[in-house]
Design a protein around this ligand. Sequence first.
Ligand code: DOR
Ligand code: ZN
Length: 453
Amino acid sequence: MSSADLVIKEGRVAISSSLRSCAIAAKDGKVTWIGANSSAPSARRVIDASGLVVLPGVIDVHVHMRDPGATYKEDFRSGTAAAAAGGVTTVFDMPNNSPPTMDADSLGRKVRAAEEKAVVDYALYGLLTRGSSREIAPLAEAGVIGFKCYMAETTGSVAPPSEDEMREELALVRMAGRRVSVHAEDDSIIRPRISKLREAGRVDALAHYESRPEVAEERAVSRAIALAREARCDLHIAHLSSAAGASDVRTAKRSRSRGGADVTSETCPQYLLLDRADYAEKGSIMKVNPSVKRKEDRLALWRAVRDGTVDMIATDHAPHSAEEKTAGDSIFDRPSGFPGLETSVALMLTCVNRGLLSLSRYVRLTSEGPSKAWGLYPKKGRIALGSDADFTIVDMKREWRIDPARFVSKAKYSPFEGFEAKGAAVYTIVRGGVVMDNGHVDARSRGEMQRPL
Ligand code: DOR
Ligand code: ZN
């Protein structure tokens, strides 16, 4: 073949759930050749991946870039550069912006921000809120990857739709051929608890957990599944955090064969690696919605990751300024969320090294799982001829300590500060372009918007 743009050789390459010693060539953004190292074509750039593992580019379906509306927390450039730094090649941006991404106009504003600044590829969600019905078809037409529905209050002023409205909106999303990601927490359980805890003078971080207990997720997950089933709409449960939620998703997946809605789910490193015992030490830095729960929930989520109940690992990268995260005296005055794009790959590879999950399972959770659920497969989500040349090249042996002061994200703190990681992304490659090389990010705007195929 004629000369390639990029050749990666001497690495072990994750191809359909096994590791093969081979070389890969990319041209015009696509994988154009896979074969023996000794017969690799010439290329403008050659990466020697000896001792490294070449994974399909990591897809993160849950990030908040804060652009437009709160670019002091993050913007499309800083957030996607953080993705590149962490080893993530495609991000799906959430719609709880100011203005919320809820109609063609607000989507247009976001598209322009992303086009101007994105370093890695991206997809955009539209919002389902009160009065969204008439915006669903135009948003789908304009290329949203899917929709997000908040069932409880959270960052941004997005009102959860009533149950009846949600059912109607789900039916319209189905007609538009999209999937709905739900933030499954029950507002009617959370609100009175927050009031009571505030009245009782509770200001500590554990009070956040108490205000958003397991049952808040359980109720919302089962309600979302029931409504999606009735509307026959494909459903995605975002950031699963509890044993009960995972168990409901497992049951729903089993009944899929009897004609139920297609249900997928994600969880995040914080629910797999932290639990209630960590609030005392980490305080409001680990405040996130849904709350981090008990040890038994954490262990149940690991089971769900291993048995396929969880289809993908996302981060819920939700940056706020460090001042906001420590403002005032009460946990209830501080915002929820923290950055995750620069820690997720390393944390999960550390778990692989610890024997908590296999590398092939991890690869599925970050490539094929998300790309199939959201309609990007086979363009993204696998290493194969004709697919996008997106790669996360990792060093499984690299030992290092997480230091948020070095984050590329504007949010330079993390509940994982000081974590001893084993494993790191050393190259991030988007459609054949190297956007991160040994920690150095090339922050040019080369990201492209991804629409369902
Ligand atoms: O902790 C959270 N932060 N959970 C959400 O649902 C929203 C997010 C944010 O946007 O800050
Ligand atoms: Zn989120």
